[in-house]
Design a protein around this ligand. Structure first.
Ligand code: ANZ
Length: 789
């Protein structure tokens, strides 16, 4: 197939469509079936849009930096650059075999200096805006291997390589202040059409809580402890404070061996483990006493690992009467429980905390009698007046540790000078190219292997010209994938990350297809970088968000029902299947397995079935092409079948309902054959065109046989006769719990979702359902719809 057909044309007057599939990590094992599934879905949609007359950008590239390649280099002593080239060659070949219609003239590679020059440029811009700073942050440290580990290299708290218990160690790292964009990242979602699940994932990850900051004075010291609370209304019930073991005040208390021991033990636990509600509470008294600013009562200050250092201020006021964890803690250590909200029902505060917001304030001075919600705002006002604090928000989102002590990543383009501190490498000197090293593993001290290359590390300060040292850490995997979609709009630009006019033409990405596992972090990080570039004026001001729509595809389980993985040994390789069944059959089979976003079970029998269908299709074309056996024209039943097919596949594809689109094609072919009517080339061409996005190779061959001119993939999606299509209006009886509640006019092949939606809109039906939970929906296509509550 000609590559030129799939080339996206900048500034073409046709409507543009930017269809993006996540670029893969080119691992040594080649394309796996999950890739084939995701890419085929995007490919069908892209091909369809081209046939609909759109100027389609459907690009591909390589997310090529990463640990597996580095580890492979460590094991075999080969250069990661060479390994990457081999792997991407394999991937590209496999993608072409699979008939994926990427615009290869726009291929990008995140490990190519011409690409990462701009990844480094973005880093420098973040630095200039104060959005990245070097600060002490914890890393996972393996004391035996003496290396920092990525989170995915820590398995059950142990080093994946040697099984040693990992500790958290503080080292100086570049941190990107994504939290500065927390609110914008929430608000920006409104401009997108992401599915609800994805929006929720983003919002939950940001985890915005509104409350107050309160400064609590420490007795006998000139200092106070700042706490963050979502329940300022309960201040009168705060009976102790708790500090995270990492809290700065604790560092001065390490002379006490019990405190030192406790702090040491907390270093082994991950934040996740520390916040598990079920875990037995532990803690140690700090020896300090604070004063509850509302009551004036002295309250003890404890230290416990359930308080996380990176959230709020790393210190809390504990209100055991109204917070579950504080209650457990108070009971364990014999601390007082003072109720300040009187619940509407009987409550035993000895047994549990009352966390509800119903009820009235008690034991709370001027708040008494108010509801907790009223007390919330009263307390915040009071705190402000007293100069003790004020309203505050806190985000579960963390600032983003951007340093890796690894080789195979983008060098961070910064140098350190004793006089001028951290200085960015001047833009004209970008890219800072990753130098060759002898050994790829991190050094004994935990620094990246780049630290061993004296000639590279030693440089001059761009500011004063004196001696300076290069940053030897590299960027995390996310760095390239944050902005790669911009580069596809102008992949060879050497003056900017992409030309402004080209971005204006192509952006936003209309549909972004990727895995569930990237709905949260990847999407959030790349939206953040885009919003940042937007504020910088480096991307088009008219386009506030990078992705209009995000779709997440399902996963395919191996033949044994377990998620496909090399360790399970249940991986099915696309190459071998293509060899046996052909690319068309594999593509169609994958799409036929079930809904696009479902978890799908491998079923090789179905693959055979699809293969047989395609054989029958070809035989049918062979039999009828060129107006067979003296008959001419197409019979009325056949015309109706084919026109209905054109219409409904044309609706299914943009809805990503590929499995039903295929089922309809199979049914249609059966019915046409059964009708034994004549079929002429005009109608043959139509069913071939409908097949084309799914089975591009077979369709192309058939197109020539049926007298089509040029490539089927350059042809226009067929039209249909609306008169022929409409005859299949039916009346569906809508039931609630088996009782007839209404009648609905629909078309037999209307998708279930739209039928359900229309039925729910019927007054009689919505009344019958009332407030009840619909447990099950049973739809008999074109006949009955039953809601079970
Ligand atoms: C007093 C209080 C009373 C609280 C009450 C809750 C209920 P979210 O919703 O997750 O934002 N907290 C604050 N900083 C913390 C930290 N670094 N580690 C662990 N817990 C922390 O939770 C906010 C609440 O979690 C805060 O409100 C604080 O406990 C606790 F009836 O303060 B609360």
């Amino acid at each position: 197939m000609m590559d030129a057909l799939f080339q996206a044309i900048d500034f073409d007057p046709r409507d543009k469509a930017y269809v993006l599939v996540e670029f893969p990590y080119p691992s040594g094992s080649g394309l796996h079936i999950g890739h084939a599934f995701a890419f085929t879905s995007g490919d069908i949609y892209a091909r369809f849009l081209r046939m609909r007359g759109k100027n389609v950008l459907f690009p591909m590239g390589w997310d090529a930096f990463g640990l597996p390649t580095e580890n492979y280099a460590i094991r075999t002593g080969r250069k990661p650059q060479d390994v990457t080239r081999e792997n991407t060659d394999t991937f590209r070949r496999q993608m072409k075999t699979l008939g994926l219609s990427f615009d290869w003239s726009r291929e990008i590679n995140s490990s190519d200096p011409a690409f990462y020059r701009w990844t480094q440029w973005i880093f420098i811009k973040l630095f200039e805006k104060g959005l990245t700073v070097k600060q002490e942050m914890p890393i996972n440290w393996c004391p035996k291997d003496k290396i920092g580990l990525a989170n995915e290299e820590v398995v059950n708290g142990r080093c994946e390589r040697c099984g040693t218990l990992v500790i958290r160690r503080l080292i100086n790292q570049w941190v990107v202040k994504i939290t500065a964009y927390a609110d914008k990242l929430i608000e920006g979602l409104e401009a997108t059409d992401f599915i609800e699940k994805v929006k929720t994932a983003q919002i939950n990850w940001i985890g915005k809580s509104q409350g107050a900051r309160i400064r609590v004075p420490v007795s006998g010291r000139e200092t106070s402890i700042e706490v963050f609370t979502t329940r300022p209304d309960t201040l009168w019930g705060a009976t102790f404070l708790v500090l995270a073991p990492e809290h700065p005040l604790v560092a001065g208390l390490m002379n006490d061996p019990a405190i030192a021991r406790y702090v040491e033990s907390a270093a082994h636990l991950s934040d996740l483990e520390r916040s598990e509600a079920e875990r037995e509470k532990s803690g140690v008294f700090s020896g300090l006493t604070a004063v509850n600013p509302a009551t004036g009562a002295p309250i003890p200050v404890w230290i416990s690992d359930f308080i996380l250092p990176g959230y709020g201020s790393g210190a809390i006021m504990a209100v055991p009467a109204h917070d579950e964890r504080d209650h457990v803690f108070a009971k364990k250590f014999g601390l007082p429980v003072i109720p300040v909200v009187l619940p509407p029902q009987e409550w035993d505060f000895d047994r549990a905390a009352y966390t509800g917001l119903e009820g009235r304030m008690i034991n709370s001075g001027f708040l008494n009698g108010l509801t907790p919600r009223e007390a919330f705002s009263e307390t915040v006002l009071w705190l402000e007046r007293q100069g003790l604090g004020g309203p505050a928000s806190s985000y579960h989102l963390r600032d983003w540790i951007f340093s890796r002590q690894h080789y195979w990543g983008e060098p961070i383009p910064m140098v350190y000078c004793e006089t001028d501190g951290w200085q960015p490498v001047p833009e004209a000197q970008l890219p800072v190219v990753l130098p060759d090293v002898e050994k790829y593993q991190p050094t004994e001290t935990g620094e990246s292997p780049l630290a061993n290359i004296k000639e590279w590390v030693e440089t001059t300060c761009p500011r004063c010209g004196g001696p300076a040292r290069r940053e030897t850490d590299t960027m995390p995997n996310w760095a390239g994938s944050d902005w790669y979609f911009l580069r596809y709009t102008d992949p060879h630009n050497d003056r900017a990350l992409a030309d402004m006019e080209k971005m204006r033409y192509w952006l936003p990405v209309d549909v972004y297809i990727g895995g569930d596992e990237h709905n949260t972090l990847h999407l959030l990080y790349s939206r953040f970088i885009y919003l940042f570039l937007h504020d910088l004026g480096a991307v088009p001001s008219q386009i506030p968000e990078p992705y209009q729509k995000r779709l997440s595809h399902g996963v395919i389980l191996g033949p044994d029902g377990a998620r496909m993985s090399k360790t399970h040994g249940n991986v099915v390789a696309p190459d071998e299947l293509i060899e046996r069944f052909g690319a068309d059959a594999l593509r169609m089979y994958l799409m036929f397995l079930g809904p696009f976003d479902a978890t799908l079970a491998w079923n090789e029998r179905a693959l055979l079935g699809v293969k047989r269908y395609l054989d029958r299709f070809l035989a049918f074309v062979d039999e009828h092409a060129g107006g067979s056996m003296g008959k001419s024209g197409t019979g009325p039943a056949t015309r109706a079948i084919i026109d209905r097919l054109v219409r409904s596949v044309g609706e299914d594809i943009p809805a990503f309902k590929f499995n039903t689109a295929i089922a309809k094609q199979m049914e249609a072919l059966n019915s046409i054959i059964e009708s034994s009517e004549a079929v002429d080339d005009t109608y043959l061409q139509k069913i071939i065109q409908v097949l084309a996005p799914f089975a591009p190779f077979l369709a192309e061959a058939c197109w020539a046989k049926a007298g089509g001119s040029g490539s089927v993939h350059a042809s226009r999606w067929p039209s249909f006769d609306p008169g022929l299509v409409q005859e299949r209006q039916v009346t569906i009886s809508v039931q609630v719990n088996g009782k007839l509640r209404g009648l609905l006019k629909a078309r037999t092949d209307d998708p279930q979702d739209s039928v359900v939606e229309a039925a729910r809109a019927l007054e009689s039906v919505s009344r019958a359902i009332g407030g009840a939970d619909v447990k099950k929906i049973i739809y008999v296509q074109g006949r009955t719809l039953n809601f079970v509550t």
